[in-house]
Ligand binder design. Structure first.
Ligand code: GLY
Length: 360
């Protein structure tokens, strides 16, 4: 369907329905790999790992694997350490190519293992969730969570290749599909009013629009990553709704998954942006409506003070200030540094429904 090239510090191709996932094996062989090390979770591995293992055998590459229990609660130092141990036991070298087969958790953890094992080896992303296809597999963010917060340990480490097969999304349980639509909506809200309009007609599993929408999201992400690979500025717009989202995830002990939490975060920030005069009431309402239409909650079940406290350990904080991505209009956002107090007032205003315009 399409190949999108990301010109980051290391350029790479994102293939969308152009090559089967098995081509990870021939790509690894062409990259001079001495072996493949496959990382996956126990939901995805039974479905697709044999296809990669067989393909490696066909091109004569040894392939060891590490499979861990699915879910954000596995994105820990313990799982990461176990993955590195498994790589060492398999005699992986710097020439071994790690293949991340799974959703965002697998990609983040496998990518971080690849970034750090023997000071870094190459890796290929095969995202199997909608969220991973449109967001986490592209851009080189890798990492794990700490008790103190999400993604607090990690590295920027670009993949050597990303292989997307959107037909794999057909087997995704509905809940995981819906979870991924939050990041899809994000791209419309932050950068593309036409995409937003298209998404106002709800995207469904097996929707014929999925490949072209995945491609559009990746093109937006490519442009942002090329402009600011290490998130010193504009890349922060990709965190729209994420500070509140990460707080919801952590306060719920990760029972609220990433997309559901971020969607609620986006609705809340849109409302707060309208309250504070950054955007019109109409634009905030459009964002809230679309969030509702996809089955997400527009208000968190946690208090503004709990969210603000949890946000204080967010990566976007610097000293007493936190970079908040505010809504300007549908398709446009602005990064506004706020003191933690101002941030607390900002989201308090949104949590207090019907409070009307406020000054923060
Ligand atoms: N998921 C946000 C980013 O890659 O920057």
């Amino acid at each position: 369907m399409a190949v999108v090239t990301v010109h980051a510090s290391q350029p790479y191709e994102v293939s969308i329905d152009e090559a089967p996932i098995e081509s990870a094996a021939s790509q690894a062989a062409n990259m001079g790999a001495d072996a493949v090390f496959l990382v996956s979770d126990d939901n995805v591995a039974p479905l697709y790992a044999p296809r990669i293992l067989d393909a490696c055998a066909r091109v004569g590459l040894p392939c060891a694997s590490f499979v861990f229990p699915a879910g954000e609660s596995s994105k820990t130092f313990a799982t990461y350490a176990a993955c590195l141990d498994a790589m060492a036991r398999a005699h992986a070298t710097r020439s071994t190519i790690v293949v991340a087969l799974g959703g965002g958790v697998v990609g983040d953890l496998a990518g971080f293992a690849a970034a750090t094992y023997m000071r870094g080896c190459r890796f290929i992303q095969i995202p199997t969730s909608l969220l991973a296809c449109v967001d986490s597999s592209v851009g080189g963010k890798t990492g794990i969570d700490l008790d103190a917060g999400k993604n607090l340990v990690g590295a920027f480490h670009q993949p050597s290749s990303v292989l997307i097969d959107t037909s794999l999304l057909e087997t995704l349980p509905d809940r995981f599909f819906i979870d991924g639509t939050a990041e899809v909506l994000k791209y419309g809200i932050i950068a593309d009013p036409a995409l937003f309009v298209e998404l106002e007609t709800r995207l469904m599993p097996n929707d014929a629009r999925i490949p072209s929408i995945v491609r559009r999201c990746i093109e937006i992400k490519r442009d942002v990553v090329q402009a600011d690979e290490y998130e010193r500025g504009v890349r922060r717009i990709l965190n729209f709704g994420h500070t509140v989202g990460h707080a919801i995830e952590r306060l719920s002990s990760y029972s609220v998954t990433h997309g559901f939490a971020v969607a609620t975060g986006m609705a809340l920030i849109a409302r707060a942006s309208a309250c504070a005069g950054f955007c019109s009431e109409g634009d905030a309402r459009r964002v809230e409506k679309v969030v509702e239409r996809y089955g997400f909650k527009t208000r968190p079940r946690f208090s503004a003070s709990a969210l603000a406290e949890a946000a204080a350990s967010d990566k976007k904080r610097s000293g007493a200030s936190i970079d908040t991505v505010c809504l300007r209009a549908v398709g446009a956002v602005e990064i506004v540094p706020m003191t933690l107090d101002r941030f607390a007032r900002f989201i308090e205003a949104a949590c207090a429904d019907g409070a009307g315009p406020c000054r923060i």
